[in-house]
Design a protein around this ligand. Structure first.
Ligand SMILES: NC(=O)c1ccc[n+]([C@@H]2O[C@H](COP(=O)([O-])OP(=O)(O)OC[C@H]3O[C@@H](n4cnc5c(N)ncnc54)[C@H](O)[C@@H]3O)[C@@H](O)[C@H]2O)c1
Length: 335
C-alpha cells in the first residue's frame, strides 16, 4: 500500500485526491490544509483521510509520498521539507513565487535521490502527448513554427491573483513548458508584450490579463503564445504545430460530440468549460505516473528541472514586458 499526504485541498487538490483514491493499493491517508473548510472535511470523509497538521503527517514512517497542491507561496518550503524527510513528491507548478528560491529548491531536489514530479498536466493530455510524439518521431518533419492559445473563460478573483505569482508564473507557465516540450529544445530568446485590458482590479494588483509572447529555439524554431483571462468561447486552449511535412492541430474539445446541421448552418457544443473538465484525463494519467514513479522508479514526463526552465521563461517574459525589448537567454540567465 502506498500511503500519501495531500497538502492543500482546494480546486486542484480535490481533483488529485479523488484520482489517487481511485487507484489500487494507494491511500491518501492525510490531508493538511491550515484553512480547511467544509469542502476539505467532505473530501476527507469521502476518501477516508484524516485532517492533520504537517508535523503529524511527516512523523508517520509509513508515509511514502506527498502531493503538494497548496497555494503557490507554500510550495518551496514543502518541497524542501519533503526532500529532507525523503518522501516522494508530486508538486503543482510553479516551484516558488521567487526565481532564486525556485533555483535553490531545484538544486536541492536534483542533489537528492528523492523522486519528484511537477504538475504540468498538458504533457499527460492524450492529444498534446500524441503531437509531441509525432514531432519527436520525425514523421512530421522539422518543427518550424509553434502557435499556442490559452484563454481562460474569465478573470480569476483578485485574491487568487495576489498569491498565484501572476498570470505568467501561474497560467502562461503551461505554454512556456509546452514550448520546450513540443520543440524538445531550450529557448534562446523571448519577446513579450502584456497589459491589462479585461479587469482593472488585476492591473491594480500589479498583474496583467493579456499577453503575447514570441520565442526562438536554439535551432531557429519560432514559437508564439497568446494568453488572456477572457475567452468568449469559454475555455479556449489550442495549438498548431507547423512542421516541414505536415501541420498538427489540437483544437478545443466540445462538451458533447453532437453537431446540429440545418439550412441555417451548423451548431456544435461549446468547448469544455475549464481546465478541470478539459484536462480530466490528463490529471488522471498524472497520478498514475506519480504512483509509477514511486513503485517502479519510472521517470516522470515533467521534472523539477522542467518547472525551473518554464519559470525562467516566465521571468524573461516579465523582463521583456517591462523593458519593451527581447531578452536573450543562456542556461544560467536569471532576472
Ligand atoms: N496544473 C494545473 O492544472 C493547476 C490547476 C490549478 C492550480 N494549480 C496550482 O495548484 C496550486 C493550488 O491552486 P488551487 O487553484 O487549487 O488553489 P486553491 O486556493 O483553490 O487551493 C489552495 C489550498 O491550499 C491551502 N493552503 C494554503 N497554504 C497551505 C499550506 N501551507 N499547507 C497546506 N495547504 C495550504 C488553502 O487553504 C487552499 O485550500 C497553485 O500552486 C496553482 O498554481 C495547478
Amino acid at each position: 500500500m502506498i500511503e500519501l499526504a495531500l497538502f492543500g485541498a482546494g480546486r486542484i487538490g480535490q481533483v488529485h485526491a479523488l484520482n489517487l483514491a481511485a487507484l489500487p493499493d494507494v491511500r491518501v491517508k492525510y490531508i493538511i490544509d491550515p484553512f480547511a473548510n467544509a469542502a476539505c472535511e467532505a473530501l476527507a470523509a469521502k476518501i477516508g483521510a484524516r485532517l492533520v497538521d504537517a508535523d503529524t503527517a511527516f512523523a508517520d514512517p509509513a508515509l511514502t509520498g506527498v502531493v503538494v497542491a497548496s497555494s503557490t507561496d507554500s510550495h518551496a518550503d514543502l518541497l524542501l521539507r519533503a526532500v529532507a524527510e525523503r518522501k516522494a513528491i508530486f508538486c503543482e507548478k510553479p516551484i516558488s513565487l521567487d526565481f532564486t528560491t525556485a533555483e535553490t529548491v531545484a538544486k536541492r531536489v536534483e542533489a537528492s535521490d528523492v523522486p519528484v514530479m511537477l504538475g504540468f498536466q498538458r504533457r499527460y493530455d492524450p492529444n498534446f502527448r500524441a503531437v509531441r510524439e509525432r514531432i519527436a518521431g520525425g514523421s512530421s518533419g522539422r518543427l518550424e513554427q509553434l502557435v499556442m492559445h490559452t484563454r481562460d473563460p474569465g478573470p480569476p478573483p483578485v485574491s487568487y491573483v495576489k498569491v498565484s505569482g501572476g498570470m505568467l508564473r501561474d497560467q502562461a507557465i503551461h505554454d512556456f513548458d509546452q514550448a520546450r516540450y513540443m520543440s524538445g529544445e531550450e529557448i534562446v530568446s523571448v519577446y513579450a508584450v502584456g497589459n491589462c485590458q479585461i479587469d482593472s482590479a488585476i492591473g491594480a494588483a500589479g498583474d496583467i490579463d493579456s499577453l503575447l509572447v514570441t520565442m526562438l529555439t536554439a535551432s531557429g524554431t519560432m514559437i508564439q503564445m497568446s494568453n488572456n483571462r477572457r475567452g468568449p468561447l469559454g475555455y479556449d486552449q489550442r495549438l498548431e504545430a507547423h512542421c516541414a511535412r505536415e501541420v498538427l492541430f489540437i483544437d478545443n474539445r466540445p462538451q458533447t460530440d453532437i453537431r446540429i446541421a440545418s439550412s441555417a448552418g451548423e451548431l456544435r457544443a461549446q468547448p469544455m468549460d475549464y481546465f478541470i473538465s478539459r484536462f480530466e484525463a490528463a490529471y488522471r494519467s498524472e497520478m498514475v505516473d506519480f504512483i509509477a514513479m514511486i513503485r517502479d522508479g519510472a521517470k516522470p514526463l515533467a521534472t523539477i528541472r522542467d518547472g525551473l526552465e518554464a519559470q525562467r521563461l516566465a521571468e524573461a517574459a516579465l523582463v521583456s514586458i517591462a523593458s519593451g525589448a527581447p531578452v536573450r537567454l543562456s542556461a544560467d540567465w536569471k532576472p
